[in-house]
Each structure stands twice: as C-alpha cells, then as structure tokens.
Design a protein around this ligand. Structure first.
Ligand code: PLP
Ligand code: ZN
Length: 425
C-alpha cells in the first residue's frame, strides 16, 4: 500500500507525516497491491469476522481491513463497530422510484448517525498511528460529529471549523457534546477547507476532511458491506448523494477493486445526485467540460450537500463516472423533501441530503436513463434526527403556525371518548 499523486503519479510512503496533497497540488490516492489476494479466501475471512462481536476487526469497516488499510497495526484502531448497518426494502419506495427492485442501505445507522463514520474511523486511527494529538476538520456538521466522537474515544483533541450559519442545530450540538473545540467561522464549507489546506500544517492540525485519502479508503467499506449483505451480487445501480464527492469517489473505487479482485462478477453503475442549488459536478458533466466551475453561493435545504467547490471531483470523475459508466442528476429542494417524507413514512427515515438519492433515482427512471426492469441500491447517508429543523419544515407545510414543535401541541383529554373522537378526525 502506498499513496500516489492523482495528477503527477509521484509516490509517497504510507506512513508519510502529511498526506493530503502532493507537492504539485494534486490529490493523493491510495494504491494497493492485490497480487497475492484470493477472493475465496477473503470471503471466508470476512464471513468469519462477521460472526464476531466486539473485536477490533468485527465492525463493518475493519472487517475488510485487507482492502482498506492493510499496513495499520491493529493496536491503533479506534472503532465503534461502525458499518454493520441495515439493508431494507419497502414497496412504497420501490413504487416511488419505479425500479424492479430497490434496496436502501442505511448508513444513517452508524454510531454518530452518518456514513462519515465509515471513513473517519480509518482517518483517525491512521492519525493515531502517526502520533497526532490534534484532529481537525471543517464540516457541514456530520464530519465534525464523527471526528469529535472518535477523537473523544481516543482521548485526543478535536478542533472543528464550523460555518456560523447553515449547519443544523442537531449536528453542531452533537459535535460540541462530544467535547470538540468548536470555532464558528464566516463563510461555508468551501472557505473552511481552503483555510485548512493552507494553514493546518502551521497550526499543528491533522486534517480529517476527505482530502485525507484514508477517509476515502474507509468509505469503500459501504459497497464492500453491501456486496457482502447481498452475497456478492450487487444491483445494476448504486445511487448516492454528492456534496464534496468523497463518497462518490470511494464507492466507485471500492466497486472497481471488488471487481478487480474477483469478489463481484459485474460492475454496477454509479449515479451521483446533487442538489440543484449546489450541483457543479452535474453541470460539468452536462456541458462535457472536464474542468469544474465552482458554485459561488451554494444553497440547498440538504445542508450536507451545501458545497460549491467539491475537492474530490477528479476522483469522482474517474472512479464513479468513467470507470463504472456512471451518471449524474440534480434534484430540487422540493423533490428532496418529497422523497424524504416517503422514506420517513416507510419507517426507514433519513436527513434531507440522503433523500436526494431516492429523488434522483426517481428522476432517472422517469427520464429513461434507468430502466424499470433494473435494480438499484440507494445509500441513505444520514439519520432522520440529524436535522430536526427539516422535519419541522416538511411536517408544518400547509399546517397553521404554532403546531410544531410538539411542545406547542394542544393536549387531548385522556378518556376513551375524547381519544376516539380525535382518531376519527
Ligand atoms: C457528507 C454527506 C453527504 C455528501 O457526501 P460527500 O462525500 O461530501 O459527497 C451526503 N449526505 C450526508 C448525510 C452527509 O453527511
Ligand atoms: Zn503530484
């Protein structure tokens, strides 16, 4: 295993102290040596670890250690058995999207409530191995919650640069509750990441944003576990939301690696769904340009997608789009909230950003990009309770002001007659 520059192919050793970008400015990518890898042997190993509980390799990320970070000494692993998430089907959602069969992979069920845990456990463990004491990130709220959780678990300091506006209250409170040092900053995610790239070294901070290639390696486990769940036969399409495009990069890379090793026989296609107010990647692909033009003031109800200049776009382009024959789509805030209400009412639930995947799948079936006889899995990236303000927004649409939050509800007298009358209304 080594790091290699995505632009100039310069190589860096895996224990290199700073590992985000090459001297030329290119993103670093992780390259593994699969020469001695046997698919059957790996399947048996993964099955065996799946039967364990509470060992360092029994979670849904480190179970696949050989494919993620084989060099890391096990004693540096900090884990909350992330992954191990549910895979659901629901007729309501199948009909809503229009595919023959639909699975929902609920990464929302991770320990901090989002898929960021899949990558963060690897980035933080790697930082511990290298001896870092201060872990830092900028965030729209989920990266920071995840990083703060693992830093606290490891007894290290978490420093979080969180935009002063536009982050859900739930996420900022969660981050702070885990004991992170919270700096509320001007600007959004894009300004935060630009600052960290420039000054993290000088400030002695280990950056846990997705420019850290170990985040990408960890997030590959989402498709590893999905394939494992489905006995190594994946659906035709994997559909996910795209913000910073770390997950699109990771899932595309993971799929290619599964295929190359022989763990899966056919390669699914990836569909990356962006929110209309923050869709520079979709715009780039539609124009057939190969250079991303950032959106200067990104704006969407799906706050986890509120990113105008996604740092991982070159990786997403290669791994998710070019290698899998992938596509992109963009969906409006209305489409997102409509899909969210169907996901919530199906009993699965998610935050708005995740619902973009379902809204996007519905759109791609409607326009004929995805056929009604095809199968798909949507990645639900974040938990329903991550953004309670969005719940208020969708529940209170068309309902007189004051009914929400629930504290303001009028009380029904608890006798059989009054309750029966209320149920009839
Ligand atoms: C981070 C996040 C996304 C976007 O993922 P990227 O890797 O930034 O594209 C989508 N949904 C949720 C809930 C997230 O936390
Ligand atoms: Zn380079």
């Amino acid at each position: 295993m080594k790091f290699i520059c995505f632009e100039c192919a310069r190589e860096y050793p895996v224990a290199h102290p700073v590992i985000y970008r090459c001297e030329c400015g290119g993103l670093l990518d992780t390259v593994h040596d699969w020469r001695h890898t046997d698919a059957e042997q790996l399947r048996r190993l993964f099955d065996m670890r799946r039967a364990d509980r509470h060992t360092p390799l029994s979670g849904g990320v480190w179970r696949y250690k050989e494919l993620i970070h084989p060099s890391l000494p096990i004693e540096h692993i900090v884990t909350k058995y992330e992954g191990n998430t549910g895979l659901y089907e629901h007729e309501l959602l199948r009909r809503y999207t229009g595919v023959r069969r639909l699975w929902l992979k609920a990464q929302s069920e991770n320990p901090s409530g989002s898929f960021k845990d899949n990558g963060m456990t690897v980035a933080v463990s790697h930082g511990l191995w290298l001896g870092w004491e201060r872990f830092a990130c900028t965030s729209t709220g989920n990266t920071s919650s995840s990083m703060a959780m693992y830093a606290a678990l490891a007894g290290k300091e978490a420093v979080v640069f969180l935009p002063a506006a536009g982050v859900s209250l739930n996420k900022s409170l969660q981050t702070e509750a885990y004991g992170a040092r919270l700096l509320r900053t001007e600007g959004g995610y894009d300004e935060g990441i630009r600052f960290l790239e420039q000054y993290a070294g000088q400030l002695g901070l280990y950056v846990c944003n997705s420019i850290n290639p170990l985040r990408i390696e960890g997030q590959k486990s989402i498709v590893f576990e999905l394939a494992h769940d489905l006995r190594w036969k994946l659906p035709d399409w994997i559909v996910l939301p795209g913000g910073a495009l770390s997950n699109a990069s990771a899932l595309g890379k993971g799929l290619e690696e599964l295929h190359r090793i022989g763990l899966i026989e056919s390669l699914p296609r990836v569909a990356v769904i962006q929110a209309q107010g923050a869709s520079p990647f979709h715009a780039m692909l539609r124009s057939e340009r190969r250079q991303l033009h950032p959106v200067l003031s990104p704006d969407t109800v799906a706050s986890a997608l509120n990113i105008g200049n996604p740092p991982n776009w070159p990786k997403a382009l290669r791994y998710a789009i070019e290698r899998t024959g992938g596509v992109t789509a963009s969906v409006s805030d209305e489409d997102i909230l409509a899909a969210k209400s169907v996901i919530d009412r199906s009993g699965i639930g998610c935050e708005p950003a995740s619902a973009a995947a379902v809204a996007g799948l519905r759109k791609l079936v409607a326009d004929g990009t995805i056929g009604p006889d095809e199968t798909a899995a949507c990645i639900l990236t974040g938990h329903l309770l991550k953004d309670t303000e969005a719940i208020v927004k969708s529940l209170s649409a068309g309902i007189p002001a004051g009914r929400y939050p629930a504290a303001a509800a009028t009380a029904i007298r608890l006798d059989a007659e009054h309750v029966a009358r209320a149920l009839q209304a």
